[in-house]
Design a protein around this ligand. Structure first.
Ligand SMILES: [Ca+2]
Length: 257
């Protein structure tokens, strides 16, 4: 664990992905952070690469990827060591990164940063993790859950769970969604309605058999669940003997509020 301490009294660590690792599909970007007065955000960014349009590079010289979510109770080890810090029980942060969205459709070397900002606007970079993305030869399906948002709050009796999935040719995903299972809290609750068109996916990932129908949705009654944390995992079964995940997409949300 790399421990960093700064004049503005940030503490934190950038834990995964492991420096130098080779990755594909969805990967968890995780770590922890605490500050003397409190943290506003942890933003996952990357160094620019050749071919990046100028517009995507921010004033700090980095390209924004996404916002990490703080998860209460995820890092009791940190809380035990630093109990006096604001939000010590929610020091752990995470972002599920779909590497296929990275340059070259997720092929090449990427230098990741985790940028922490405190409530006074002080900013610190928790460090760089260099990873090699290799999606070109990947045979597993890939995709993500778009709603609910990671760490979001949901309620109501007809929540629409959206996601999308593609798989490398020559394989295809059956159009009726029969091989995609929606799993909530470890229980298989059914198949989504699949084969829906979405322009951004069709444009970004052309040439797959399901490119023009990669989106699926599943409507469920959140009031059937106790208030609290739900973990959801969309999985696709490719053959009878292989359960190939869309890589776990863990959601933490509260129902019925
Ligand atoms: Ca501070």
């Amino acid at each position: 664990m790399v421990l960093l301490k700064f004049r503005t009294i940030f503490l934190g660590s950038f834990d995964t992905p492991v420096h130098g690792s080779v990755v594909s599909g969805n990967i968890p970007v995780t770590g922890w952070a605490l500050d003397d007065i409190g943290i506003v955000s942890v933003k996952i960014k990357r160094d620019p690469v050749a071919g990046d349009p100028g517009g995507v590079i921010g004033p700090d010289g980095l390209v924004y990827i996404g916002e990490a979510v703080f998860i209460r109770g995820a890092r009791p080890d940190v809380e035990a060591v630093y109990p006096g810090y604001p939000n010590a029980d929610r020091a752990g942060w995470g972002y599920m990164m779909l590497t296929n969205f990275l340059p070259g459709q997720g092929n090449g070397v990427i230098r990741l940063h985790a940028i922490v900002e405190d409530t006074s606007g002080q900013i610190v970079d928790l460090g760089v993790r260099v990873i090699t993305c290799e999606n070109a030869y990947r045979v597993k399906p890939f995709g993500t859950i778009d709603t609910p948002r990671h760490g979001g709050l949901i309620s109501g009796d007809a929540f629409v769970n959206f996601g999308w999935a593609l798989t490398p040719s020559p394989k295809k995903i059956p159009r009726y969604g029969s091989t995609i299972n929606v799993i909530i809290d470890g229980k298989n609750v059914g198949h989504p309605t699949f084969d829906q068109y979405r322009e951004d996916i069709a444009t970004l990932f052309p040439g797959y058999i399901n490119s023009d129908g990669a989106v699926g949705y599943f409507i469920f009654d959140t009031t059937q669940y106790e208030n609290g944390v739900l973990r959801s995992l969309g999985a696709q079964r490719i053959t009878k003997v292989m359960l190939m995940g869309l890589a776990p997409v863990f959601l933490r949300y509260t129902t019925g509020l």
